[in-house]
Write a protein that binds this ligand. Structure first.
Ligand SMILES: Cc1cc2nc3c(=O)[nH]c(=O)nc-3n(C[C@H](O)[C@H](O)[C@H](O)COP(=O)(O)O)c2cc1C
Length: 169
């Protein structure tokens, strides 16, 4: 059975839950799926395909996720890779907001050429946050809430399953 790794970085958990939904969808289309935090991944080269996710913080992927892509660029370059980004701004899918998501991927595209990119709304829960992050949310006038859209995530994952079946060796 073809093996797919779905790995993610997160600060407050919402990206991990989205990774779980993606893993479920890929698993239901017949792949053997491993969903893991990036810090636990030893070697993405053990998988036929890889999905990598990160939340957006101050317009960027988390350093841990960027470092993962840089560190494993050679083995990632040899297999299909899809990426997804999670952010508050993705709840209003304006051209500008989607462009900010694309801009964040520039740091990734230096190393890999994803077969698919997903942009999903996230969760802003000040009760979970560090004082510094809480302050950014307050000063930025960000409205707290859980804006995740499960349908959007699952639809992307189903499309991805199709794309991967053509690409996976
Ligand atoms: C300090 C801070 C900065 C953020 N910066 C962005 C951003 O630049 N763009 C965006 O769309 N969302 C931004 N967000 C929202 C997070 O990406 C969103 O809450 C996400 O779901 C968090 O994922 P996590 O729970 O996996 O850490 C920010 C949130 C915080 C607390």
């Amino acid at each position: 059975m073809k093996k797919i790794l779905v790995c993610y970085s997160t600060r407050y958990g919402s990206t991990g839950e989205i990774a779980g939904m993606i893993g479920e969808e890929l698993g239901s289309t017949g792949y053997e799926v491993m969903v893991q935090p990036i810090a636990r991944v030893k070697d993405p080269g053990e998988y036929n395909a890889v999905v990598i996710g990160s939340p957006l913080y101050m317009g960027k992927w988390l350093a841990e996720a960027r470092d993962f892509v840089s560190r494993f660029r050679h083995s990632l370059g040899e297999r299909p890779v899809a990426v997804f980004s999670v952010g508050y701004s993705m709840k209003d899918r304006t051209k500008e907001h989607l462009q900010s998501g694309e801009d964040a991927l520039e740091a990734i595209r230096i190393f890999i050429n994803p077969i698919s990119t997903g942009f999903f709304p996230g969760r802003v829960d000040p009760d979970l946050m560090s004082p510094a992050d809480k302050a950014v949310v307050r000063l930025g006038g960000v409205t707290p809430g859980d804006f995740r859209e499960e349908d959007l995530v699952r639809t992307w994952a189903k499309t991805l399953a199709g794309a991967m079946s053509e690409e996976v060796k």
